[in-house]
Design a protein around this ligand. Sequence first.
Ligand SMILES: [Zn+2]
Length: 473
Amino acid sequence: MAQPQPGLSGSSSQPVRLPPRVFEPEVPKTDEQWRAVGREATALLSQYVAINTTNPPGNELETAKWLQAVLAREGIDAQVFEPKPGKANLYARVRGDGSARPLVLLNHMDVVLASPEYWKVDPFAGVVKDGYVWGRGALDMKGEAIVELMTLLTLKRAAVPLKRDVIFLATADEEVGGGVGAGWFVEHHPDLIRDAEFLLNEGGTIRADASGRIEYYGVGTTEKSPFWLDVTARGTAGHGSRPTPDNPVHRLVRALNRIAAYQTPLIVTPAAERYLRDLSAIEGDPARRAALADPRAALRDSTAARALTADLTYNALLRNTISITGLRGSDKTNVIPPVASATLDVRLLPGQDPQAFLADLVRVVSDTSVAITPQGPNWPATESSTETELFRAVVAAVQARDPKALVTTPPLPGFTDSHYFRRIGIVSYGLSPFPLNQEEARGVHGNDERVSLDDLTFGVHFLYDVVSRVVAR
Ligand SMILES: [Zn+2]
């Protein structure tokens, strides 16, 4: 197994020593050949995870250069764009015959913070042990990126005749929800991307049970839209020893109390209804099965509605949600500040009007000295159709493994970079290559993030099956 390469995570002046190429220049056919591809993916992921791209600051230029070196060895030219010092987006295109429009393999290079004291291993050492690659990004989404990369390398090494160009796009700043990543790329280099018909990204799930049996393959076709708000209360400043009647902290607390108690209405969107109905087919408990099969009826019955929304994910798919997350008052215990503020993480369902939601919230607070303002521009929730060649390819690749497997379309309560591409007309799906049980899925943004070597092998084989179905001539 690969050893972490000292120097890669530290100084960029070290020459990049890539792991050896282990599989033959042909499309793998046997399980043993796919395991060889999985071993190469493991060695690459170990190096990739060891380049610390915690955002902020991200330092994606280092990962971009590393990816550029991996691609160069295969004879694939990649362009690296540097929108800011240390920040980068990488773009590569493997040509087809142009008879069909391109497919984009999208991934982000940055990762979220890891606190080493809570981990069993160093999160940035690229540790391979006990059958896993460990480290921040192993799942989200350096592991998925390596699977995309191996898919591209397999097509290239085997010289598979292509009808579509395959674009590999690795971006910055996904984890900070803006910045100079995918949105910057779409805005500044639309010519490089806008001929694409399809895009694959994070945001899907292959849900497995504790024993590893796959419960369903989930393709991400839609996600909620963030509508982040500031709540600001103003009043009279003063000394804490002489209370004022319009202390803004008191006013803010009253407003937040009303917001916390506010139950947003339950709404069954077509996407949520379709997903819940799909899930009813694999639900063992009769009462839950009935609720999932007809969520509209379930929500009219208060007991069934309580049971359904007790599941945090279902709850998030059935209403606009509000989480109070940030609070600010005075820095000094004995000073009444002139202003107190809070932040709200609001997520809206597809089809919801942000201004109407804001008006509802103002009514809930009903205090004209408390202002509620959007933090920035909001975009409507986006959705891609399932009536496409790419979706049919996913279903075919799944059914080739298990004819009875469930393919469904879980709406995402969070969001990914896919909305930038859906908004310019590219059909974009979240497609995870890894079957994860609940314990493994907790590694995403959590501690001990890791991906098993078996899942890496499964992932490259599965993604290759999907992609080759749509791009090969
Ligand atoms: Zn991610």
